[in-house]
Design a protein. Structure first.
Length: 137
């Protein structure tokens, strides 16, 4: 099996990406410390045509050399917004009918491989701080 060259991937340019139909998924980063993790989330969201990223609390924002190094240009294609308060973002999205899910180790948690998304439902997933996880609130 031969690995494909970048030129063979048929990647969308930034304008095509912005016009493309998005996956009905929003990613919320709650106080993520690592700039490399932020960049990795951008790159992954670019690959899956994720609708938007919310960078909350202490989570760093572009432009940033360390984020850019890992994101490989995805900070230019993926829509993002900074919000100081994660809980306000969550409350606003819920009011808009978005199903908000925390990716966390918690009582009564559903294992990711057991999760069954509902059709015609928009989801937002929250990823938390590398040490403390998603804020309890």
């Amino acid at each position: 099996m031969r690995k494909l060259a970048n030129s063979e991937l048929h990647r969308l340019d930034i304008e095509q990406f912005k016009k493309a139909e998005k996956t009905p998924l929003i990613v919320i980063l709650d106080n993520v410390r690592s700039l490399n993790n932020v960049g990795s989330v951008f790159r992954t969201c670019d690959a899956f045509l994720v609708e938007k990223i919310y960078l909350c609390g202490i989570t760093a924002t572009p432009p940033n050399k360390e984020i850019h190094k890992t994101a490989l240009g995805a900070t230019d294609s993926v829509a993002w917004e900074y919000a100081e308060d994660t809980l306000q973002v969550v409350e606003r999205l819920k009011a808009e009918g978005v199903c908000v899910i925390s990716i966390e180790q918690a009582e009564k948690a559903v294992m990711l491989n057991d999760f069954q998304p509902k059709a015609h439902t928009q989801y937002a997933v929250i990823f938390g701080n590398e040490v403390k996880g998603v804020a309890q609130e």
